[in-house]
Ligand binder design. Structure first.
Ligand SMILES: [Zn+2]
Length: 54
């Protein structure tokens, strides 16, 4: 169980979804907050965190 949780954290912790076009992007959450990450498709800087399950 612990292993599975660790894998899920790796997969979802630093993944964000563009609010505009829904593109998933992998980035450090700090960079998202500091607006240093641009969507590669629409160049927007508005992202939300992915939420999966619990
Ligand atoms: Zn986008």
């Amino acid at each position: 169980m612990a292993k599975i949780q660790a894998a899920q954290n790796r997969m979802f912790k630093n993944v964000f979804v563009c609010k505009k076009c829904g593109t998933k992007i992998k980035a450090d959450s700090r960079k998202i907050i500091e607006l240093k990450v641009k969507c590669r498709r629409c160049q927007r800087k508005a992202f939300r965190a992915i939420k999966k399950g619990k």
